[in-house]
Design a protein around this ligand. Structure first.
Ligand SMILES: Nc1nc2c(ncn2[C@@H]2O[C@H](COP(=O)(O)OP(=O)(O)OP(=O)(O)O)[C@@H](O)[C@H]2O)c(=O)[nH]1
Ligand SMILES: [Mg+2]
Length: 254
């Protein structure tokens, strides 16, 4: 049964109720061609479950462990993922870039970026791959605001809406969710992107490149589940200012 958060609007509930019966994908013809890239830092408690949930749908799961001090790498390997480890902590953006380059070198035809912390649903990734193919676009961006943000706090929602406004202002892209870790792209789109922001600002940077390179994109509904675990380690307000600072410095030195 779906549990709605207090902050979920009636419109969002209606969209999601329509979407729920279709959540289970019939098949996954992208099983061996798509690579799932998961940036991970200190996710030993949940990475095993995240990988196991993906395993029925994907052959190629690549965890980029960013020099976690815990057992993230071992837990991912035990669950059946390939693991690449940075010798020092470089941040989520750098880890995604590493993962994409590795996957492309191994012949990936599509790339899925997927958070390691268990907040995404593998079924959404499969449906987004279908959308990528059916709509002949370069990239499909997951949106929790046309999908479902289960258990999201008021503060997090506000912060994300601010990010949407910032992206509209700086890139002209009209999106509903700009900091969602779930994305699906073709190999050629992945090859054309270069993430240089090493920390959380990479999401804004990526959208800037989509606009600049005129890549074809669509948003697709997805579910993000906020648990006590994710709320305890998720981004803080200070993260928003760090992102703006990173982007400002990046613009100065480009
Ligand atoms: N490689 C790497 N991954 C990171 C780092 N920091 C966070 N991550 C991963 O990036 C993903 C998203 O991180 P979160 O902190 O949950 O950020 P978020 O999902 O945007 O924020 P919430 O909505 O609050 O959950 C998770 O899989 C983390 O393990 C890092 O320094 N390096
Ligand atoms: Mg998260």
């Amino acid at each position: 049964m779906t549990r709605w958060s207090g902050n979920t609007s009636a419109a969002e509930r209606r969209v999601t109720e329509r979407m729920l019966p279709f959540q289970k994908p019939a098949s996954n013809r992208f099983r061996s061609t798509a690579w799932v890239v998961m940036p991970a830092y200190r996710e030993a408690a949940v990475i095993g479950a995240t990988v196991q949930a993906l395993a029925p749908y994907f052959d190629n799961m690549l965890v980029v462990d960013d020099c976690s001090p815990d057992e993230t790498a071992q837990a991912a390997r035990d669950a059946g993922a390939m693991v690449c480890r940075h010798p020092v902590n470089l941040g989520q953006g750098a880890s995604i870039q590493t993962g994409i380059e590795l996957a492309l070198a191994r012949g990936a035809e599509q790339i899925v970026t997927f958070d390691a912390d268990g907040q995404h649903r593998p079924e959404d990734a499969v449906r987004m791959l279908e959308t990528l193919d059916a709509q002949k676009v370069d990239i499909v961006l997951g949106s929790r605001f046309i999908g479902l943000a289960e258990g999201i706090s008021r503060r997090r929602r506000w912060l994300l809406k601010l990010a949407v406004a910032y992206t509209r202002l700086t890139t002209g892209l009209t999106l509903t969710d700009t900091h969602n870790g779930l994305r699906v792209m073709t190999a050629s789109a992945a090859r054309s992107l270069r993430i240089r922001h090493n920390r959380m600002a990479h999401a804004s940077e990526l959208l800037g490149q989509i606009a600049q390179k005129k890549l074809r994109y669509v948003e697709a509904p997805c579910t993000i589940v906020y648990t006590d675990y994710s709320r305890a380690k998720g981004q803080r307000m200070s993260g928003a200012f760090a992102i703006l600072w990173d982007l400002a410095i990046g613009k100065l030195y480009r």
